[in-house]
Design a protein around this ligand. Structure first.
Ligand code: SAH
Length: 364
């Protein structure tokens, strides 16, 4: 049993079963024992691989996106370049390197990294050593100082805790984590239905809600609508809201039991882009997309970027670049191009950001 599981079992023994949302928050973000707090989970030797870890092209294209958005904003100086959950710092380092083609943008930037993990803050500092720009770390988006900003978030929202309600009889009961007869962690439901939710559904249906993600989206949207700017959010998720749970645990590139190896396996849930966009719209931002990650990267010039990189590479290098291009933008289960989606939130007066121009108005 992990030390965090011992601690959570003790909490439950003392206070009773806890909402899934709190369990997930502890498993990922417990101040000393949470998954992200203690380790570097990325890469081939870690638990999972993310787009910026697959290829430098991902961060480079997002860096060029940011530079173009800045021009559309009227080139405000200073401008905050914010990343939510920067992981190892690869995306922001690649973005800033690519932004060297827009020296006025780069000179106006101050970097703001929203990151709770001390272990990952260290990795990010190392990745940005010598970047020659001011870098500040913040605990929460709310701590980023006022002013125009451009925000990047890759695989951040899927790490935020979700809440589940299960259809039992005529009502919806919140999913809890409690102790089974053998004392091990076990899923259960609240003894009473939540009276505020009255959506019909078949027995056993699961409603997955992301109040924390929606709060972040609304905060982001309010800031963008007030001070100007845009945010690009890329994540694993679905376009339409619906019933069903997507909570999953991953350890060493394999699916795992979300109630085992507590604090040592990654827990995520797919992003419900329809609800996330609705939260941002209600808070005053224009919402562009969502579109597939593959479509976004192609429109931002992935093929040209790959070709340029391949020119300087040997044969093995060229093959690796082609493989990375497929993984980032290809269709099918072995690639991210269709499974991952991108959405942009922006000040309502800003034209559609790069990559989103061909999109019509979002469906009502
Ligand atoms: N964007 C990176 C890492 C994704 S993993 C990449 O694409 O590789 C999720 C990241 O979000 C980690 O850096 C994790 O420590 C951070 N994180 C998770 N929950 C957070 C929260 N509530 N507030 C701030 N950062 C958080």
């Amino acid at each position: 049993m992990t030390p965090l599981e011992t601690e959570i079992r003790a909490m439950i023994a003392q206070e009773g079963p806890m909402p899934l949302e709190r369990y997930m928050a502890l498993a990922l973000g417990h101040p000393t024992l949470g998954y992200y707090m203690t380790r570097d989970p990325f890469g081939a030797s870690g638990d999972f691989v993310t787009a910026p870890e697959i290829s430098q092209m991902f961060g480079e294209l997002l860096g060029l996106w940011a530079a173009e958005v800045w021009t559309m904003m009227g080139a405000p100086a200073p401008v905050r370049l914010v990343e939510l959950g920067p992981g190892r710092g690869a995306l922001i380092a690649d973005a800033l390197r690519a932004a060297a083609v827009a020296p006025a943008f780069r000179a106006a930037v101050s970097v703001e990294l929203v990151e709770t993990s001390p272990a990952l803050r260290k990795r990010q500092a190392a990745a940005l050593a010598g970047v020659g720009l001011p870098v500040a770390w913040r605990e929460r988006l709310e701590d980023v100082p006022d002013g125009p900003m451009i925000v990047l978030a890759n695989e951040f929202f899927d790490a935020l805790p979700v809440r589940h309600y299960v259809r039992v009889g005529e009502g919806w009961r919140e999913r809890l984590v409690g102790l089974g007869p053998d004392g091990a962690l076990a899923f259960g439901v609240a003894p009473f239905a939540e009276p505020a939710i009255a959506v019909p559904a078949p027995e056993g249906a699961v409603m997955e809600l992301s109040p924390i993600g929606h709060r972040v989206a609304a905060t982001l949207a309010r800031r963008l609508a007030r001070d100007g700017g845009a945010a690009l959010i890329v994540d694993y998720g679905h376009l339409r809201s619906g019933f069903g749970e997507t909570l999953q645990a991953v350890r060493a590139h394999r699916y795992a039991d979300p109630l085992r190896d507590v604090g040592e396996a990654d827990l995520t849930a797919h992003v419900d882009f329809a609800s996330l966009g609705e939260a941002a719209r209600r808070a005053g931002a224009a919402v562009h997309g969502p579109i597939a990650q593959g479509a976004l990267l192609r429109r931002l010039g992935l093929a040209q970027r790959a070709e340029r990189l391949a020119r300087g590479a040997d044969e093995a290098g060229a093959r690796a670049i082609a493989a990375a291009t497929h993984r980032l933008a290809g269709a099918g289960a072995d690639a991210m191009g269709e499974l991952f989606k991108a959405v942009a939130f922006a000040h309502p007066d800003l034209p559609a950001p790069p990559g989103f121009e061909t999109q019509g108005a979002p469906p009502a």
